[in-house]
Every structure is written in structure tokens, then in C-alpha cells.
Write a protein that binds this ligand. Structure first.
Ligand SMILES: [Zn+2]
Length: 200
């Protein structure tokens, strides 16, 4: 279940610089203008703002009005005050977090692509290779690298989803079945997609 909705918070209050006639007590006195912001939230996190509302309060009789109940002069004052009241940055928290997440996922993927080129060109003991030996995914672990060969052991387990491979990448899951490739063959395995990825 997704929890979402809208919420408001008080942003700013200011007294009008000049006296304004109150429709209620008919005194010409300053009014307090309070500005409230509204935002959309998702799981208690503000995502983005959806506008501001102003309320007035007569400093003499304390009567309050929303925008529709204000007289023309009060409307003008509250519009001016609303205009220079900045929406708090935290109203954008959700979108900010989302943008950061996207950035890190993108950054990590790019970084990994760069690293992968290095890992394939110069394999090291301990590198984990992702591949698809059947309908399922599994891993191979490099156990030895010589001048021109790469030795690997097979993982005894397979898993349905590639993103879950970390679950079977455990020391005890690797058996004693060794295979070896020349370094040239090893590179070719990635080129023809027999090997999908390598992690170090
Ligand atoms: Zn009044």
C-alpha cells in the first residue's frame, strides 16, 4: 500500500506595512498575513510543492479571512507577501532523493562498465563471472591466473534471476570442477556473450 496525499505547513507571517480597513470592525489597522504552503507527500516524505495560500488576521478584532473573504486592499497585500515568500527547499525532498538515486544508479553502471573492461583484460584470482549455463544464471570463480591461462571453478547452484546471483555466490557453493581458458578465449567468451559480467 502506498501512502500519499497532500499536507500544508506554515511558511511565513508578516504584518502589512500600512493600515487596512477591516470589513469586520471597520478600523484601519495593520493585518497579519500568514502564508501556508501545500505539498504532495509519499510515505511521509514531501515530494513537491503545489502552491501557497494566504490568510489575513485583523490586529484589532482578530477576525481571520482566507483569500476569497478578503477585501481588495487585503488581497493586494497578501498577493505581494505571498509573492516574496519562498517555498522551502525541503518541499522538494522526495524529488531530490529520487534524482540522487537515479544519478547513483547511472554513475555506478557507468563506472562498472569501465571497470569491466579492465577486469576482462587482466583477470585476477577471485573474480566472479556471471553466466547463463541453462535457463538459469550461475557464476564461475577464477582460482588461478597464469601468464596465458585462466582457471575457474563452477558454482554448484543456479538461480532464476541474474540480479539475485549474489545469493549463491558463497565460498561453500564452489565445487572442485575446474575449467581453463586461454586469456584469448576468456576475452572471447565476453565478446560472444557466453559470459555476461565480471565482478571483483
Ligand atoms: Zn477587525
Amino acid at each position: 500500500m502506498i501512502f500519499y496525499g497532500t499536507k500544508g505547513s506554515h511558511i511565513h507571517s508578516e504584518r502589512t506595512s500600512k493600515g487596512v480597513e477591516c470589513d469586520n470592525c471597520e478600523e484601519v489597522v495593520p493585518h497579519n498575513i500568514s502564508v501556508y504552503g501545500k505539498y504532495v507527500y509519499l510515505y511521509w516524505i514531501p515530494v513537491f510543492p503545489i502552491g501557497k495560500r494566504a490568510f489575513s488576521e485583523c490586529t484589532n478584532c482578530k477576525v481571520t479571512n482566507d483569500f476569497s473573504g478578503m477585501n481588495e486592499k487585503l488581497k493586494q497585500h497578501s498577493l505581494d507577501i505571498k509573492k516574496h515568500t519562498k517555498t522551502p527547499v525541503w518541499y522538494w525532498s522526495g524529488l531530490g532523493i529520487f534524482a540522487l538515486l537515479i544519478f547513483f544508479v547511472f554513475y555506478y553502471a557507468q563506472q562498472h562498465e569501465k571497470d569491466k573492461v579492465i577486469y576482462i583484460a587482466s583477470p585476477e584470482k577471485g573474480d566472479i563471472i556471471e553466466y547463463k549455463p541453462s535457463d538459469f544464471y550461475s557464476t564461475l570463480k577464477i582460482v588461478e591466473v597464469t601468464k596465458d591461462s585462466v582457471y575457474v571453478v563452477q558454482n554448484n547452484y543456479e538461480i532464476e534471476r541474474r540480479s539475485k546471483l549474489y545469493k549463491i555466490d558463497k565460498v561453500e557453493n564452489y565445487g572442485n570442477v575446474h575449467s581453463s581458458f586461454s586469456k584469448k578465449e576468456y576475452k572471447a567468451m565476453f565478446e560472444n556473450r557466453a559470459f555476461l559480467d565480471v565482478d571483483r
